[in-house]
Design a binder for this molecule. Structure first.
Ligand SMILES: Cc1cc2nc3c(=O)[nH]c(=O)nc-3n(C[C@H](O)[C@H](O)[C@H](O)COP(=O)(O)O)c2cc1C
Length: 160
């Protein structure tokens, strides 16, 4: 079965709500979704997956230190993620608060791992580079998260 791991950080719950909706979307694609708070995630979770979705709140225009720590630890799993599907999502307080730069910081790590990164071309979707939310996600944003998760689940199945 296709397996997609979602690793996210969330202090006040906004990114967590997005992660749960993305999980629903992955499940709706027929893939298995493994949802992990970054505090509970181990780099061993990166083994045996077909897709990886990373989510972070925007802290000073980039990913949180907690996400960066996990990514830095993941250097020990080089080669394990090669040619797998990767994607990212982010939350911020302001429209121009840095969601896109946060997503790009996550995508950079996925690229360094040799992953095939998927954007979000869905019309009326959450964002071009991956789904985003300003403050807590509203129902429209949650629906974008579900569609995004479904798309990544489907792509992971195609590549696996
Ligand atoms: C240390 C810190 C730095 C932040 N920096 C930014 C920022 O640069 N731009 C922004 O729009 N929001 C910023 N925020 C707000 C968070 O990105 C925003 O509240 C986000 O939705 C929190 O996600 P969470 O509820 O999953 O923790 C910052 C919050 C904290 C705690």
């Amino acid at each position: 079965m296709t397996r997609v791991l979602i690793v996210y950080h969330s202090k006040t719950g906004n990114t967590k709500k997005m992660a749960k909706a993305i999980e629903e979307g992955v499940i709706s694609s027929g893939a298995e979704a493994i949802l992990k708070k970054v505090e509970d995630a181990s780099i061993d979770d990166l083994e045996g997956i077909d897709g990886l979705i990373l989510g972070s709140p925007t802290y000073f225009g980039t990913m949180s230190a907690e996400m960066k720590k996990f990514i830095d630890e993941s250097v020990k799993k080089r080669k394990k993620l090669e040619n797998k599907i990767g994607a990212a999502f982010a939350s911020s307080n302001f429209v121009s608060g840095g969601n896109e730069t946060t997503i790009m910081s996550l995508i950079q790590a996925l690229l360094v791992h040799g992953m095939v990164v998927a954007g979000d071309p869905i019309e009326g979707g959450g964002g071009h580079f991956g789904v985003v939310s300003i403050k807590a996600p509203d129902e429209k944003t949650l629906e974008s998260c579900r569609k995004f998760g479904r798309r990544i689940g489907e792509l992971a199945a195609k590549l696996s």
